[in-house]
Design a protein around this ligand. Structure first.
Ligand code: ZN
Length: 286
């Protein structure tokens, strides 16, 4: 019966011989801490199947979820930030941009694309939080403005997916100008009677909330997202009052009339496609 007897004492596998599971195959749900397998996550559209927590994802993932067969044409991919203020904080802004581009493989905190969603044309602009906190600088504003122009010229509905810490400090006033620019462009989109759906994801704050994110014909959010303008500490110190429970969650914001719907990411494509169908212009009678 030697087969169940440990014949050698001690652990004999050397560190070099140990087989490690490749990195990134398993992740922990940030909310319930249960292990999630990467392929399951993709299948479940990056929602924890234990607790329903919506894991933060970027434009690559949103595009793969929303565009039919992940087929789309990227728009205005070549736009990159300048450094008009020669800004330096802990490091030079130009160096920070080079590093962040290398680390994320992105050109800025937004990507735009045109493709089909359940067979209907749609332009999607989606922010990336990995790129300097999804901050809104001149490139973010310009890509949104040009995407809207594209939507108007081609009569294709526009979907904006926001995920942002607010305006980009390193571009100061140039960042703030994007609020007015994008809002004005959205007014033109509305005049052209082209639908605009805004999807707010975790987190949507600052100047983004105060401009294009809240201007949709329909404003939708993912469950549990942080949505607000200033952070809770700043507000508390300003109004000298305790804030209510659940303050600045999507659910709270919806209850107070700022959102139309909260939609689970697993049903997002179906819901968005049905809204597009409802908003589509009726073809004139032959
Ligand atoms: Zn979970």
């Amino acid at each position: 019966m030697a087969w169940f007897k440990r014949e050698l004492k001690g652990i004999i596998t050397t560190t070099e011989e140990k087989k490690e599971a490749p990195d990134g195959i398993w992740n922990k749900c940030p909310n319930c801490k249960k292990p999630l397998h990467y392929s399951e996550q993709v299948e479940n559209q990056y929602v924890c199947h234990y607790c329903g927590f919506h894991i933060r994802i970027g434009s690559k993932e949103y595009f793969s979820i929303l565009f039919d067969d992940n087929q789309f044409t990227e728009l205005f991919g070549g736009l990159t930030s300048g450094d008009p203020l020669h800004f330096t904080d802990t490091k030079k802004y130009t160096d920070r941009l080079v590093e962040t581009k290398k680390k994320t493989g992105l050109q800025d905190a937004i990507r735009a694309g045109v493709g089909k969603m359940n067979g209907q044309n749609v332009v999607i602009a989606c922010m990336d939080f990995n790129f300097i906190g999804g901050s809104m600088g001149s490139v973010v504003g310009e890509k949104i403005a040009r995407s809207i122009d594209y939507s108007i010229a081609n009569k294709i509905p526009f979907l904006m997916i926001s995920k942002s810490g607010g305006a980009r400090m390193m571009e100061a006033a140039f960042s703030l100008m994007q609020m007015a620019k994008t809002s004005a462009k959205l007014a033109l989109l509305s005049q052209a009677k082209v639908p605009y759906i805004s999807l707010l994801t975790d987190p949507t704050t600052g100047g983004v909330t105060a401009s294009y994110a809240m201007l949709g014909d329909i404003n939708i959010a993912e469950p549990g997202s942080l949505i607000g303008f200033a952070g809770p500490r700043v507000i508390k110190e300003t109004i000298k009052k305790d804030l209510p429970k659940g303050f600045q969650t999507a659910e709270f914001v919806q209850e107070h009339g700022f959102l139309d719907f909260i939609v689970d990411r697993r049903e997002m494509k179906e819901k968005l496609a049905s809204f597009l169908k409802m908003l589509a212009p009726v073809a004139p009678a032959p």
